[in-house]
Design a protein around this ligand. Structure first.
Ligand code: SAH
Length: 227
């Protein structure tokens, strides 16, 4: 079987070898989930960035994707996916903040179905083009505001928010199955951590909501309304 990446191989900086090196670096940085590492190896990251930036696509840095937004660095994408999976297969995942669709493509490798919501119309169009090129058929993209009611009858086992919230978006928790997890960058209000965003996992346990914090990150803010 050929991986989706093989069809998009460029030469030099955009080749499979470059992606393999990125995966080796992710291992060194502490990513352990083999399903996540395989997803990162399979999805060609360079097709998600402007041609002029393709040479930097596999660097461990965030890159601009237009409309003032950024694609997260590979480590953060891998880390959030690892936290969402928590070692178990995912059936349906909701993502808020599609951006260029790279994280969506990674999620589509580790979940059966992905429903992703983006508030900026030009990025919805860009993500549609990128994901169509990869034939990511298990992905549904909506132009909508993930901080408001999505007006959908949804039940998912994982939610990933890829923009920084100032408080846990409780409206989204309604979509989460018991036993499911939400991963998001959450801006802290405590005195000693003021302004710092921490990757946070909210687990909907049978006994109630459990919250755990992980790495410090920098994301663009979760905003309301469409653009
Ligand atoms: N995961 C993306 C990058 C995310 S950048 C990628 O791989 O490219 C954060 C994205 O969240 C931006 O595109 C921003 O427009 C979007 N966003 C911010 N607030 C949102 C909201 N309320 N609903 C949906 N998308 C939102």
């Amino acid at each position: 079987m050929t991986s989706i990446g093989e069809k998009f191989n460029g030469i030099g900086m955009t080749s499979t070898r470059t992606r393999t090196r990125m995966v080796e670096r992710l291992r060194e940085q502490g990513i352990k989930d083999e399903a996540v590492l395989a997803a990162m190896a399979a999805v060609p990251r360079h097709i998600f960035v402007e041609d002029a930036l393709a040479i930097r696509a596999y660097d461990d840095s965030p890159l601009p994707i237009g409309a003032g937004q950024t694609i997260s660095q590979p480590y953060v994408v891998a880390r959030m996916t690892e936290l969402l999976r928590a070692g178990t297969p995912l059936r349906r995942v909701l993502e808020i903040g599609t951006g260029c669709g790279y994280q969506t493509a990674i999620l589509a490798q580790v979940a059966e179905e992905v429903y992703t919501v983006e508030r900026i119309g030009s990025l919805v169009a860009k993500a549609r083009r990128n994901l169509r090129a990869l034939k990511a058929n298990s992905v549904r993209i909506k132009h909508g505001d993930g901080s408001a009611d999505l007006g959908e009858d949804l039940e998912v086992d994982g939610i990933m928010v890829t923009a920084a919230a100032t408080q846990v978006p409780t409206s989204l928790l309604l979509y989460l199955k018991v036993g499911g997890r939400m991963v998001l960058p959450l801006a802290r209000h405590d005195e000693e951590l003021k302004g710092v965003q921490l990757l946070t996992v909210i687990e909907k346990a049978p006994s109630g909501i459990r919250e755990q914090t992980y790495d410090a990150v920098r994301f663009v803010p979760l905003l309301s309304g469409l653009a």
